[in-house]
Structures are given as structure tokens and as C-alpha cells.
Design a protein around this ligand. Structure first.
Ligand SMILES: NC(=O)c1ccc[n+]([C@@H]2O[C@H](COP(=O)([O-])OP(=O)(O)OC[C@H]3O[C@@H](n4cnc5c(N)ncnc54)[C@H](OP(=O)(O)O)[C@@H]3O)[C@@H](O)[C@H]2O)c1
Length: 166
């Protein structure tokens, strides 16, 4: 099963502030939707609450230490990243997407096979960060540039990294 991380980060690795995203990038939301639709998505409890509800056409697996946390029918709670991955393996999935936030990314980057990274061309202030991508461990396999316009606040690149074989 391929484990893919999908993230949007600024040049200084900021991914959010006050439990929200800090940019308006319509083309990035569309890329996120295209890549994740039809798949299982793993996220931390704070990211789930920030979105507010399960995203359509995707199965959510929410990670929380709270034994009483619940999610709508058809979605899953897990109490660790390992348990979330085991749920996906048990379902014989080909691929799963890890969609954040910072706490979950920092644990998941060690086990991911692929990173789908929206690299927002700005230095921004925030309170949550993506880990530094170690260029010795990851190779860029594709990159596409998007220009800012009325629906996209910043230029950005959509970059796919594959883990180097050991
Ligand atoms: N730019 C992007 O691509 C992107 C994507 C996603 C999110 N974000 C941003 O990231 C921020 C949220 O990130 P965050 O780091 O604050 O929160 P988070 O990673 O979404 O969720 C953290 C919560 O996950 C649970 N958790 C984490 N590790 C766990 C473990 N090993 N076992 C069990 N439960 C675990 C805990 O929930 P409990 O407290 O319930 O135990 C913890 O409080 C927001 O600003 C959001 O907008 C940005």
C-alpha cells in the first residue's frame, strides 16, 4: 500500500495558523480534491475539526487520543497513526493519503512513500509547520507551476517527491 502525504506549505514550511489555513488557493484545493477523491484520508483530530465535517467522496480516519471522540457513520477513529495505517491495510487499499496537520505529518514523514507538496511561493507567519524535506531522502519526480490570479493568492508549485530507495 502506497502511503502518500499531501500538504500545502510556505517557503518557511508554515502550514497553518489558529487551526486554519492561511491562504486562498482555489487551484490547490482542486488538486487536493482530484488526488484524494475516492480514497481514504488520515488526519489528526484538530485538522478534522478545522474542516468541520468529513470531506465528500472520501473515507476519513481521524486520529485522537480521546476514547470518547466520534465521527459520522462510514468514517473511522483511530488512537494512533499505526492503528490508522492498519485499518487501511486491513481493507487492502492500494493507497492512502495523510492530510495533516503538523503533529500527524511529523510522525508520518518517516513512513511515507510519496510527498505531494504545494510549495506556496511566500514566507508567511504561522504556528504549525511541515518538517524540513531532506533532499538526501527524497527526489522530485514532477513539478508544475501555477500563477497567482484572482482565485489564487500566491504563485505556487505542485511538487511530487518519491522516497529514494534505501
Ligand atoms: N497546509 C496544509 O496542507 C494543512 C493540512 C492539514 C492541516 N493544516 C493545518 O494544521 C493545523 C492543525 O495541525 P495540528 O498539528 O495542530 O493538529 P493535527 O495534527 O491535525 O491534530 C493533532 C491531534 O491529533 C491527535 N494525535 C496526534 N498524534 C497522535 C497520536 N500519536 N496518537 C493519538 N492521537 C494523536 C491528538 O488529538 P486529541 O487531542 O483529540 O487526542 C492531537 O491533538 C491547522 O492550522 C490546519 O489548518 C494544514
Amino acid at each position: 500500500m502506497k502511503i502518500s502525504i499531501i500538504v500545502a506549505k510556505s517557503l518557511n514550511n508554515v502550514i497553518g495558523k489558529d487551526n486554519q489555513l492561511i491562504w486562498r488557493l482555489s487551484a490547490d484545493l482542486q488538486l487536493f480534491k482530484t488526488h484524494t477523491s475516492g480514497h481514504h484520508i488520515i488526519m489528526g483530530r484538530k485538522t478534522f475539526e478545522s474542516i468541520g465535517k468529513p470531506l465528500p467522496n472520501r473515507t476519513s480516519i481521524v486520529i485522537s487520543r480521546n476514547p470518547n471522540f466520534s465521527v459520522p457513520e462510514g468514517h473511522f477513529i483511530s488512537h494512533s497513526l499505526e492503528e490508522a495505517i492498519q485499518i487501511c491495510i486491513g481493507k487492502k487499499l492500494d493507497q492512502v493519503f495523510i492530510i495533516g496537520g503538523a503533529e500527524i505529518y511529523s510522525q508520518a514523514i518517516a513512513i511515507a512513500d510519496e510527498l505531494l507538496v504545494t510549495e506556496v511561493n511566500a514566507i508567511l507567519e504561522g504556528d504549525v509547520f511541515f518538517p524540513e524535506i531532506d533532499k538526501n531522502e527524497w527526489t522530485v519526480i514532477s513539478s508544475h507551476s501555477y500563477k497567482k490570479d484572482e482565485k489564487n493568492q500566491f504563485d505556487f508549485d505542485f511538487v511530487v517527491y518519491k522516497r529514494n530507495s534505501k
